[in-house]
Ligand binder design. Structure first.
Ligand SMILES: [Ca+2]
Length: 158
């Protein structure tokens, strides 16, 4: 009886070990899909993002971690003028692999990236937040305004 109990406990323990923490495979990038990992944020930090476009292609932008989708943004028209797709915010829930996924629906594009990121420091050089900006080029005119994503974060106060 005791052995049976132990074996059930051991089986349960193994099951939790194997399936309790779902491990997601990292996304594979391709010519029309890019994944940008966002580091340094802590659970509860505020995230504020802007996503805009000046291209005729259609694409999606997802801001997510392994457990939570914060934004699922779709550019579904061929509008070429400045198109503000999202200006919104969320609190980071603390899931693993916080990231921005960009996927162009046309597989013929070959995305290129310009980016800047870093800590936002106060007058005492103390880090109060982070900023990440990604400017993507989907053609050959090198204007890098085809998909523009900026994410700023800081600690929640008040
Ligand atoms: Ca362009």
């Amino acid at each position: 009886m005791k052995t049976k109990f132990l074996s059930i406990m051991l089986t349960s323990f193994l099951a939790v070990g194997l399936f309790g923490n779902t491990v997601y495979a990292k996304e594979t990038d391709s010519n029309n899909k890019k994944t940008f990992y966002i580091g340094s944020l802590k659970k509860g930090d505020l995230m504020l993002w802007d996503v805009c476009s000046q291209c005729s292609n259609t694409f999606s932008v997802m801001i997510r971690d392994d457990d939570t989708i914060y934004a699922d943004i779709d550019k579904d028209t061929s509008e070429k003028e400045l198109d503000i797709l999202s200006h919104d915010s969320a609190f980071y829930e603390g899931g693993s692999n916080l990231r921005i996924e960009v996927e162009y629906y046309g597989s013929s594009v070959n995305l290129k990236k310009a980016h800047a990121s870093g800590a936002i420091k106060n007058e005492k050089k103390k880090t109060i937040g982070y900023i990440y900006t990604y400017n993507l080029e989907d053609f050959d005119d090198e204007d890098y305004n085809d998909a523009v994503i900026t994410l700023t974060s800081w600690k929640k106060h008040g």
